[in-house]
Design a binder for this molecule. Structure first.
Ligand code: SF4
Ligand code: SF4
Length: 75
């Protein structure tokens, strides 16, 4: 219980992301964006900073063609 600012609900395997933005369009909360940095393959990886806004709906993970995304739930 209490604050959940440290919780990470959605985790991206950045090295495997190709920045296709499918997950960005899939997220009903609009919290996914492409990072400014690039991964070793030269793609801007998808990322979420407002983790506490994530509802763990898994839409992003189901949309990703490269299974980059893992979604966790509280408890
Ligand atoms: S699990 Fe749902 S709310 Fe969370 S980042 Fe993915 S699409 Fe957005
Ligand atoms: S759908 Fe997958 S590969 Fe495409 S930007 Fe999102 S995490 Fe990266």
């Amino acid at each position: 219980m209490g604050t959940s600012t440290a919780v990470r609900r959605v985790v991206f395997d950045e090295e495997r992301c190709k920045g296709c933005e499918l997950c960005i369009n899939a997220c009903p909360k609009g919290i996914i964006h492409l990072a400014k940095h690039t991964n070793s393959r030269g793609f801007h990886p998808a990322t979420v900073e407002d983790q506490e806004k994530c509802t763990s709906c898994t839409f992003c993970a189901r949309m990703c063609p490269d299974t980059v995304i893992e979604v966790y739930r509280d408890k």
